[in-house]
Write a protein that binds this ligand. Structure first.
Ligand code: NAD
Length: 273
């Protein structure tokens, strides 16, 4: 299993399982258990996904020691606005049935609080409730503002990123500050034709891999953590098994050239929830 090392020395598996839109508790439970049984050691959830309890139970029942699993959850916008950050993480930990998460992220840069809430994040990090703290959907200007006030540099910035939205500027900014970029929607979130794009199909043929494996491998080779979502065993295995081949520099560039700045999710500059 390929791992990256965050700016505080904590290791994170390069591929994780995302569980957004897996609201059904039984499906979430079975999916996480199946993922752990086929080798996943990194799970990405969030309070707003409504499945923390199922995720926690699956981890408990999996037989995999808690300390071998990298578990992420996120601080929702309403909890930023209310200022109840301690309550928010305590409730998440309770639902997840664990004493700590490996990574706690600010889910979105809420206009009024995206800087001030970082002090609370630093506090819960010092309490040991999160092994690492980070942000999500932050653009460089949000991070510039945050870094002026921060005593701890965010370990991760989780952003939408797939070959039609390569996010070169955000990624190079993050790397310059030692913030690990992490890609959400790395397969195009089931809303894009990226997996049938002719360039991706040709590379899949060339490397004898699937289109999903090419797209995930492209991000990992750029030093970007990926958290693809699937609830199907074959796809879980396929998405995890991307470490036995390497794309050439030219082929990485071919994938990057597909960029058209096409967002499938909300824009951090205009979201309103
Ligand atoms: P994704 O890019 O992972 O796409 C998932 C979809 O791709 C699946 O529903 C399925 O339709 C398809 N798929 C999965 N494996 C496949 C395969 N091997 N071959 C063909 N098709 C395949 O999209 P996502 O779920 O939106 O993003 C991944 C994770 O990122 C989420 O589950 C969540 O954990 C996280 N996320 C975070 C934010 C954020 O604001 N921080 C927003 C959205 C998602």
């Amino acid at each position: 299993m390929k791992e990256f090392v965050l700016n505080n020395g904590v290791k994170i598996p390069a591929v994780g399982l995302g569980v957004f839109r897996v609201e059904d508790a039984n499906i979430a439970y079975e999916t996480v258990k199946m993922a752990l049984s086929v080798g996943y050691r990194h799970i990405d959830t969030a309070m707003i996904y409504g499945n923390e309890e199922a995720v926690g139970k699956a981890i408990k029942d999996s037989g995999v020691p808690r300390q071998d699993i990298f578990l992420t959850t996120k601080l929702w916008n309403a909890d930023q606005r209310s200022g109840e950050i301690q309550d928010a993480i305590n409730s998440s930990l309770k639902r997840l049935d664990t004493d700590y998460v490996d990574l706690y992220l600010i889910h979105w840069p809420v206009k009024e609080t995206y800087v001030s809430v970082w002090k609370d994040m630093e506090h819960l990090y010092k309490q040991g409730k999160a092994q690492a703290i980070g942000v999500s959907n932050y653009n460089p200007h949000h991070l510039d503002d945050l870094l002026k006030e921060a005593s701890i540099v965010p370990a991760v910035n989780q952003i939408e990123c797939y070959p039609y939205l390569t996010q070169e500027d955000v990624i190079s900014y993050c790397k310059s500050k030692k913030i690990y970029p992490q890609a959400w929607g790395p397969l195009g979130a089931g809303k894009s034709d990226i997996l049938s794009n002719p360039v991706i199909l040709a590379l899949a043929e060339k490397y004898k891999k699937t289109p999903a494996q090419i797209v995930l491998r492209w991000n990992v080779e750029r030093g970007v953590i990926v958290i693809p979502k699937s609830v199907h065993k074959e796809r879980l295995i396929e998405n995890l098994n991307i470490t036995d081949f390497e794309l050439s520099v030219d082929d990485i560039a071919k994938v990057s050239a597909l960029n058209k700045n096409q967002r499938l999710g909300s824009d951090p500059e205009t979201f309103n929830f």
